[in-house]
Design a protein around this ligand. Structure first.
Ligand SMILES: [Zn+2]
Length: 267
């Protein structure tokens, strides 16, 4: 993990709020910032700057009631998550709702997606691997396993195509191309893939081309909200756009497989 300009800016801003005179909030760790950071009581003078900076972020999190783990100056997944919450809280003044308090699995289902079992899915979508159509993406995707490979269109089931297009158009309008890249909303892990569920005997929803995976590297199948990137508050809108169309995020509904969203309800 590297400290970026925005980390330093947040630190400078908060040091100044404490009257510790970190100098201008310019994102550059100069002498004033370093001296101010040393005056934070919890910091140890023997620690390198980076560790002091991280410890201060952990302290700020703790003071605002966000669990960042131990104040040890090391950037683990808990600190990473806390930083996302802290940043949003400091910039908006509103504490983002923890994922557990979000409305579970979508309550709206405007496209009447079927329940996820083989009988209901076959009745609604037909046989696995059939009725596929090409969707031209509103913004380019990149293959998660080969990020230099740009994807401009993909195959999905003809019944989900329009809905998927509406979602991704809203994503583009809301986040814009730069934020999309930053948040990995373009790192695509696949849609149509006729296969059985991992660790199961029934068909995966990918078999009908009615599920999408995003950024699998940072949203491993078994990871919960404490580790998965897409569980963070920055992704609330992303999920909202899918859920408004009745799509189900397994992450939001079941707290695993945060890479995955599907046009089928969990029973
Ligand atoms: Zn999936």
């Amino acid at each position: 993990m590297e400290l970026t300009k925005s980390h330093i800016q947040l630190i400078q801003q908060e040091l100044n709020k404490r009257g510790l005179n970190a100098g201008p909030v310019d994102g550059i760790a100069g002498n004033k910032t370093k001296a101010a950071l040393l005056r934070v009581a919890e910091n140890k003078s023997t620690w390198p700057f980076k560790r002091q900076a991280i410890a201060f972020i952990q302290l700020l999190s703790k003071e605002n009631g966000i669990d960042a783990g131990k104040i040890d100056g090391y950037w683990g997944p808990q600190t990473d998550y806390a930083y996302g919450v802290l940043r949003e809280f400091l910039s908006t003044g509103i504490m983002p709702a923890p994922w557990r308090d979000e409305a579970p699995a979508s309550t709206t289902n405007p496209n009447n997606w079927p329940v996820e079992n083989d009988v209901a899915l076959k009745a609604f979508y037909g046989d696995v691997g059939k009725n596929q159509t090409r969707l031209t993406l509103p913004y380019p995707h990149r293959l998660s396993w080969n990020k230099r490979q740009v994807v401009k269109s993909l195959f999905c089931h003809e019944k989900v195509k329009d809905s998927m297009l509406r979602v991704l158009t809203k994503v583009l309008e809301h986040y814009g191309p730069e934020e999309i890249k930053k948040l990995h909303l373009d790192i695509w892990g696949g849609c149509l893939n006729v296969r059985k569920k991992r660790g199961g005997t029934t068909w995966s929803t990918h078999s009908w081309g009615i599920a999408m995976d995003y950024d699998p590297d940072n949203n491993s199948l078994r990871w919960g909200a404490d580790r998965a990137l897409f569980a963070r508050p920055e992704y609330d809108k992303w999920w909202q756009f899918w859920e408004e169309e009745g799509w189900v995020s397994l992450g939001r509904a079941k707290n695993y497989d945060w890479m995955h969203v599907q046009a089928a309800l969990k029973d």
